[in-house]
Design a protein around this ligand. Structure first.
Ligand code: HEM
Length: 568
């Protein structure tokens, strides 16, 4: 019997499909995109459900809004204020609702925080934060993860040791005295714009937020990469404009940007914000490449004997270029010129607004606490008004306490976000009661779970710092048990510079800057609240800034009365 093959009625040869596919390629392409989108949405929804389900027993606030969860409260005030309220109410570990049906864990538990700090490959910066950092700064130390981070950190570390930072002290003193002279000129100039009540003879109403940002920009330019911004003299500077433009565009959190943060895949949408950002980045990169080329040439000239009598410049960029040439580094461990160039925007971003904001809030507290200011002035004037020795400043115990207290109470970035890369149990020092009444001694989370670390809350936690933890009182340092060694911070047992392998590489420079700046400021001027008593309010843009109520449009400002010390 011969077998005859009977074609199945619905079988179509592949070649028959080609013309159909060709004539319908747009429809097929769109169909494939929709299918991929649907798959991603279902997969995403399933993962979110799993994450939410796993943490559903944690205490925390109910949703305020069907889409924005509890974020409406956060946007109305600051993440630090809202988070602190929840932590006071629900205990040290809780869960709240973010946008799009997702949830976040918030924990001030010191064991949990230390566990996360020590495992930066498991607890990474969330996708949305990485998107913004990459857009604004490229792939510098603060943006990269895993092996790239370890490779960069190894080369950068030697540029930020105490010995290297101490060599920058003379330059920081120079800038601090330039600021003093600029303040003295302002005070001596006629005040035509302040309300008459604030025109007090022998004083001048000055925006100390602006001056804090100017002097710290000048310092980071010179200390970071030997570059003069001349911000204190207010001259035009191309890199400064590009940097300010990039930060402004990057943090322009309009609804499309918010959508892109929540759903990072949407980052490919071209927007005016992205266009502006790219233009600013192109300028910053052009100047950055030029700086790297010049510094590299200096090093090569020095090592090859062309410029025998010169020394390596003392700025971080020169020092890291030198470290990058170390013979014990393998070729795959060295940074490329592009890697080095990206560190310029990173150092600017990470080292400028943070220190500037700490200086500004420090002045705010000193103006409100004249007793502390007078005590500090009495101490620093023992060194006269022209000291240039950082060793001498290190001997001043009250200056040390004041700087600790400023950095404790005014953590510029008081809430950190992380995202788990795998399922993990986070141990807790303090067990908490779940919604079902059972005790929880470790938090189980799924991969992709968002976790917030309220470093600012821990810095102000009465359990750690005493009942007056939310007040400005430098004398708390030195009380028995304070600071507490239980707090896992890299500096001063506070969490301002965090801890673990991703701690703030610039913390020593920042402490040096603040000591020098407050020595010069308080030794030469008295800072007072304005007689018109404006109301100040905190705003948040990753960093907590100060605005005047009713003048929010003017942006961050801290107007204070400044009085030269000779007139006191
Ligand atoms: C008061 C001043 C400062 C504060 C409060 C501060 C705070 C921080 C914090 C909280 C982080 C961790 C961010 C995260 O992982 O999410 C960090 C990282 C970093 N900071 Fe600072 N910082 C300050 C000053 C500086 C200065 C002066 C520099 C540079 C000269 C600097 C450079 C960096 C860099 C490069 C990183 C990334 C480190 C890494 O991921 O390995 N910071 N800083």
């Amino acid at each position: 019997m011969t077998k005859t093959s009977i074609p199945l009625p619905h079988t179509v040869a592949v070649q028959d499909l080609v013309p159909i596919l060709k004539s319908h390629w747009v429809a097929v392409f769109v169909g494939a995109l929709v299918a991929a989108g649907l798959y991603a949405a279902v997969q995403g929804a399933y993962e979110t459900w799993q994450q939410n389900n796993t943490t559903s027993n944690l205490p925390g606030p109910a949703k305020d809004h069907w889409f924005w969860g509890n974020l409406t409260q956060v946007i109305a005030t600051t993440p630090h204020a809202v988070g602190s309220g929840w932590l006071d109410k629900y205990g040290p570990t809780l869960r709240f609702n973010t946008a799009g049906g997702k949830t976040a864990v918030l924990t001030a538990d010191l064991t949990a925080i230390n566990y996360m700090f020590q495992r930066p490959d498991i607890f990474v910066k969330p996708g949305g934060a990485r998107l913004i950092l990459n857009e604004a700064l490229g792939k510098g130390l603060i943006s990269v993860q895993g092996p790239d981070h370890r490779r960069q950190r190894r080369v950068l570390n030697p540029a930020f040791g105490w010995r290297q930072i101490l060599e920058m002290a003379p330059m920081v003193f120079d800038k601090a005295y330039e600021m003093r002279d600029a303040l003295a000129r302002h005070v001596a100039s006629p005040d035509l714009s302040s309300p008459s009540v604030d025109r007090v003879p022998g004083t001048r109403r000055l925006d100390m937020s602006k001056i804090s940002m100017q002097v710290t920009l000048d310092i980071i330019g010179l200390a970071g990469f030997g570059y003069e911004f001349n911000a204190l003299t207010d001259g035009y500077n191309e890199l400064r404009e590009a940097y300010i433009g990039a930060i402004k565009s990057a943090f322009d959190l309009n609804p499309i940007t918010m959508f892109q943060i929540i759903f990072p895949m949407a980052g490919i949408i071209p927007t005016a914000r992205k266009r502006d950002l790219d233009a600013c980045r192109a300028t910053a990169q052009r100047i950055g490449r030029q700086l790297v080329a010049e510094k590299k040439k200096n090093l090569v000239d020095m090592y090859s004997g062309i410029a025998k009598d010169t020394q390596v410049d003392k700025d971080s960029l020169s020092l890291l270029l030198k470290a990058n040439l170390a013979p014990d580094l393998g070729p795959e461990e060295r940074l490329t010129d592009e890697d080095v160039m990206e560190q310029i925007s990173t150092i600017l971003f990470a080292g400028h607004e943070t220190t500037g904001t700490s200086m500004m809030w420090g002045l705010y507290h000193l103006a409100k606490n004249q007793r502390v200011q007078d005590k500090l002035r009495d101490e620093v004037l023992n060194l006269g008004q022209e000291c240039r020795s950082f060793d001498a400043l290190q001997e001043l115990p009250y200056l040390d306490k004041v700087v600790h207290e400023i950095l404790r109470l005014e953590n510029p970035a008081p809430v950190l976000s992380r995202e788990a890369t795998c399922d993990v149990h986070i141990p807790l020092a303090t067990p908490i009661m779940g919604r079902d009444g059972t005790m929880i001694d470790s938090v189980h989370i799924k991969a992709g779970q968002l976790i917030n670390i309220p470093t600012g809350y821990v810095n102000q936690w009465p359990e750690v710092w005493g009942d007056d933890a939310r007040e400005f009182n430098p004398d708390r340092f030195g009380r028995e048990g304070i600071p507490s060694a239980k707090v896992p911070g890299i500096w001063g047992n506070i969490l301002t510079f965090i801890g673990g392998p991703r701690n703030c590489i610039g913390h020593r420079l920042s402490v040096l800057e603040l000591k020098v700046l407050f020595y010069v400021l308080v030794g030469n001027f008295k800072f007072e609240e304005l007689p018109s008593k404006p109301e100040y309010k905190r705003t948040w843009m990753v960093i907590e800034r100060c605005v005047v109520v009713g003048e929010e449009e003017a942006g961050p400002q801290l107007p204070l009365l400044v009085r030269p010390v000779v007139d006191i």
